[in-house]
Write a protein that binds this ligand. Sequence first.
Ligand code: HEC
Ligand code: HEC
Ligand code: HEC
Length: 433
Amino acid sequence: MLKRIVYGVSGAVIIGLGLFSFYAWNPSIDPITPPVKSDYSPQVIEQGKVLAAAGYCSTCHTPTGGTPYAGNYEMHTEFGTIYSSNITPDVETGIGSWSEEAFNRAMRSGVSRDGHHLLPAFPFEHFNKMTDEDIRAIYAYIMTSVPAVNQVKKENGIPFPLNIRWLQAGWKLLFADSDAFKVNENKSEQWNRGAYLAEGIAHCGACHTPRNALGGEKYDQMYQGADIDGWIAPSLTATSTSPIPWRAQDFYEYLTTGNSPYHGSAAGPMAPVMHKGLSALPEQDVRAISLYFADHSGANESDDPAANANLQAAIKEQHTQADLRIDEGARLYATACQACHYSSEELVKGRPLLTLGSATHLEQPTNLVNVILDGVRSDQGISGVVMPGFRDALSDQDISAIAAYLRQSAGQEAWPELQQKVTEIRNQPRFEQ
Ligand code: HEC
Ligand code: HEC
Ligand code: HEC
């Protein structure tokens, strides 16, 4: 891995040095006096507020307990620590002196007002898919409605030579999709609306698309699942390991209620996406996103999951499990989990059937272990519904036994080196948002 990064970096250095030193340069755009509310119609500002929510700007630009949009949210990447910028309209430390032109350039090409390149931790290659009108609305909202806060951005902890800003020009040329959003004439208007939102402002692929050694999204494996912030963002395509295929209505239910009874809950980094982001969008927009992803997953909309053999098997399994397999994992499961995770003959929402859930079927135990350690807070998954965490109550050995037992009950191959992975997951930085 390290070798690949080093080779890749050297490649980027050569490209950056040799061919693109001119290309890499961007002019500074003159500062302006910030616009005021009366410069825009209330509808435009409201539209900007909705879009800013759908783009999770505040999630990435606000640390836990920090001031909204004032930056210094810490992002851990394999290249080092990155801090987000202050994007409040503060003239000195924020974007108060930015013209709409400067903001538009940053959103489209990841270039700051003074001309320096921004790191792709800021998902500009998705925001680039937006129309000028939508970018203008976000600008209008932030500049006129977010309170200005004076706070200096912390220095990124990115080692040399990756910290050389203009090398980003090489990265962008190699990996960033700089094309505008293209309407697919073969698909419906609703599908195209879903694609526009998912590929653009909601940037689902920033987490769900795997990345290459230099952090570029692999566009030929769009939405096929990736690691993000100590979690797995599962595949949203036909490569999903879920026993029940995702139909449009399953996506819609998951994205609006935080849980699909056939798949699981939106915890970890998916929780703010759903609760703070998609919840701001009008219903028809979330329907459009769901339709778009159902097309990727290839599920048959008229299939009834209740009649699916995998579902029947999982329900049957839970009635036989306790007597059949008296092992440590089964015993711990019966005492620590089963009281809440039961289902009768039918699935009950809010009582996830763990042998069916995505967390048990993914290639790695990451999400299952994260949930066992830290539970599901009331502002994650289904609103107001809590699952307690077992970080202090269960040892790594206990958690590993439960996970192994669930995996076996789900009819999946054992996860290798499970207990060691539980220890690693316990010790990784916790996702806080
Ligand atoms: C996934 C996290 C993430 C999301 C989501 C995100 N940003 Fe950022 N943003 C960053 C990071 C990190 C930086 C700083 C990058 C750097 O240091 O090069 C940044 C920088 C910026 C900058 C440049 C500021 C400057 O002074 O150069 C602007 C403007 C910006 N973001 C606007 C937005 C807006 C508007 C949204 C929502 C539509 C948004 N960001 C969503 C992470 C994010
Ligand atoms: C910040 C990263 C991030 C972004 C952005 C993101 N997701 Fe997720 N997503 C995740 C993670 C992590 C999980 C796993 C959550 C869990 O299991 O509790 C997940 C889970 C899901 C699941 C459940 C999959 C399964 O098999 O259980 C769906 C569906 C989903 N995301 C859809 C979307 C859509 C649609 C978007 C864009 C509107 C999106 N996600 C944007 C990180 C993200
Ligand atoms: C007090 C009740 C309760 C107990 C005990 C409990 N859970 Fe949960 N669990 C829940 C609820 C409720 C949810 C759904 C939470 C939501 O969506 O808000 C859930 C969700 C989950 C999920 C799905 C999360 C996702 O990301 O899809 C997993 C996995 C899980 N629990 C595993 C376990 C395991 C393993 C145990 C035993 C160690 C356990 N739970 C014990 C109530 C409980």
